[in-house]
Design a protein around this ligand. Structure first.
Ligand SMILES: [Zn+2]
Ligand SMILES: [Zn+2]
Length: 315
C-alpha cells in the first residue's frame, strides 16, 4: 500500500486533555479526538476542549459526534463553550451527543439564552448504563458504550472498524474469466467452479482485507474485570490511572484506578497498546505512572496533551 492510500485510512487518537478533576499547567481535563477514516469523534469535553482543538488544528466543523462518559465536570464542562462556538461560526449541522440523559437538562438553561439564534441542531442520545450497547454505526465504523465502575453512572466506549470483504485479484478475474455475477459470492468466501468443472479455491482468487482496527476508552473507573471481555484484543486502550499504587486505598475509595490496575486490565484483555491518563494533579511527573504500569504491561505510554497515536492498517 502506498503512502497516499495510507493517509486515506487514518485511525488516530489525539489527546486533548489527560488531567483528572484539577487541571495543571501541562494538562487539560479529559478530552480526546478519534479520527477513524475521516470521521472525527470527540470523546469527553472537559473545560478548554475548544482551545485544544484549535491548537491541534482540528476544524470544529469536522465534529459531528460527541461522546460524554459521565457527568463529573472534568468530562463535560467544555461542552457549552464548544456548542456556543459552533453557533457563532454559523455551523448549520446536526451534532449528535451520546451522554447520560441528564446532560440535556443541565445545559438546556444555558442554551435557552442563545435560542432563536441556534444554528446547530443538537440530537441527544441517552446512554444505557446497564449493558453493552451499539450506539452508532455506519458502513465502516461502529461504536459501543458499556458500563464501567465509578461513583456515578459512567460509560466506556469501544470504537471498531467493520471488517471489509476481501479483494478479488485482478489477474484472477482475467485468468479464470470470472463473470460479474459470481464476484459477490467470491467476495463472501465462495470458491469458483470453472466451466470445465475445476474448483479454484477462494484464497487463490482473493487478497485478505486489512484487519479491522479498534480503540477502547475507559475512564473514569475503578479496577473492573467485567470490561475485559468487551475490550479484548483492541489495538489501543486508554485506561485511567488517576493514582500510583502507593495510593491504592484512596483509588479504591474514590472509584478510580492505579497505574497497576490499568496495566493489569491491559494484560488480561490482551490489548496491543495501553495509554494511561487522568492523572491526579498531585503528581507533576507522569513517568512515575508509566514506569509502574510498564512492569506489568510493557507497551504503555503516559498520555501527553497534544500527542497523536496512530494505529496502522495491516492485513
Ligand atoms: Zn474525571
Ligand atoms: Zn469521574
Amino acid at each position: 500500500m502506498n503512502n497516499k492510500n495510507k493517509s486515506q485510512t487514518p485511525f488516530e487518537l489525539t489527546i486533548l486533555g489527560s488531567s483528572s478533576a484539577l487541571p495543571t499547567s501541562d494538562r487539560y481535563p479529559t478530552a480526546q479526538v478519534l479520527n477513524i477514516l475521516g470521521r472525527f469523534f470527540l470523546i469527553d469535553c472537559g473545560e478548554g476542549t475548544q482551545i485544544q482543538l484549535r491548537r491541534q488544528k482540528i476544524g470544529f466543523g469536522k465534529i459531528k459526534h460527541i461522546f460524554i462518559s459521565h457527568l463529573h465536570g472534568d468530562h463535560y464542562f467544555g461542552l457549552i463553550g464548544l456548542i456556543s462556538t459552533f453557533n457563532l461560526l454559523g455551523l448549520k449541522t446536526d451534532i449528535h451527543i451520546y451522554s447520560p440523559s441528564e446532560l440535556k437538562d443541565l445545559i438546556q438553561p444555558q442554551l435557552n439564552f442563545i435560542k432563536g439564534e441556534m444554528k446547530v441542531n443538537l440530537i441527544f442520545h441517552p446512554l444505557n448504563f446497564k449493558k453493552l450497547q451499539k450506539i452508532y454505526s455506519d458502513k465502516r465504523v461502529e461504536v459501543f458504550s458499556f458500563p464501567v465502575k465509578h461513583s456515578i453512572p459512567t460509560s466506556g466506549f469501544l470504537f471498531k472498524e467493520i471488517q471489509k470483504q476481501p479483494n478479488i485479484k485482478k489477474e484472477a478475474i482475467q485468468k479464470y474469466n470470472i463473470p460479474i455475477a459470481k464476484i459477490k459470492d467470491i467476495k463472501a468466501g465462495a470458491d469458483l467452479t470453472t466451466e470445465s468443472g475445476k474448483i479454484i479455491q477462494n484464497k487463490t482468487l482473493t487478497t485478505p482485507p486489512p484487519k479491522p482496527r479498534s480503540y477502547a476508552f475507559c475512564t473514569d473507573t475503578a479496577y473492573h474485570e467485567p470490561i475485559i471481555d468487551i475490550i479484548k484484543g483492541v489495538d489501543l486502550l486508554y485506561h485511567e490511572s488517576t493514582f500510583p499504587e502507593e495510593m491504592k486505598d484512596f483509588a479504591k475509595k474514590t472509584l478510580h484506578s492505579t497505574a497497576t490496575d490499568a496495566a493489569k486490565i491491559a494484560k488480561l484483555a490482551g490489548v496491543k497498546k495501553l495509554i494511561i491518563g487522568h492523572f491526579s494533579a498531585r503528581y507533576n511527573d507522569a513517568s512515575l505512572f508509566e514506569k509502574e504500569a510498564r512492569t506489568i504491561f510493557e507497551n504503555t505510554d503516559a498520555a501527553e496533551d497534544g500527542r497523536t497515536y496512530k494505529v496502522k492498517s495491516s492485513s
